[in-house]
Design a protein around this ligand. Sequence first.
Ligand code: ITT
Length: 216
Amino acid sequence: MRMPERIVMNRRARGGNPLRGRLIFLATRNIHKFNEARRVLAEYGIATAMLRMGTLEVQSDDLEEVARFRALNAVEKTGLPIIVEDAGLFVKALKGFPGPYSSYTYRTIGKNGILKLLEDVENREAYFKSVIAYSSPEEPVRLFKGIVEGVISLKVRGSSGFGFDPIFIPLEGDGRTFGEMDVDEKNRLSHRSKALRRFAEWYKSRSEFSPPSSQQ
Ligand code: ITT
């Protein structure tokens, strides 16, 4: 009898899954996010598969809580080891807005709306925050975070990336917005790559150093 995929994966994960620490599923509908993640994780020898699925969204002003909830929901639906990522842009002069509401804000007022809100505002400090939630059928959720500090530009610059990239200038960069960088340049600085690197270090070390009994 052919075993359902989900059960095969569950057994492998409990026993000797040869892909442990080498393959991860990223549940997202955002192809740019997937592309960024795929390239960072490849540096660690981890292959990334995109699970283009919607996850239940919880109404919360806390990125961590949203990511944790979405990861649990995705694992419940698929039985796979999964990461989800939630990110947001936090603008100091707007008291952290749009933050966890970045997706809605982008779809409604967009990047020009943020520029408008900051018209004549001197303090243009902002940061992007990324929270990655990892979970699998046998493991509790683990969170990995990354932040990149920067300023909001005076006008839209560049067309690379997605979302608010064309209005965000990272402090550690050379004055260009993320929208003026290619994906590898953005990955050297971004909130997402920092969180991903933290996840990758843990994911790899966990499989390399776990005792043989849990790996057979
Ligand atoms: P998911 O399917 O993974 O949820 P999403 O596009 O909805 O994809 P998020 O909820 O994590 O992603 O991000 C919320 C919004 O924040 C997103 O729509 C962008 O407008 C903005 N954002 C997040 N990360 C960004 C980045 O690296 N560069 C520019 N904008 C970003």
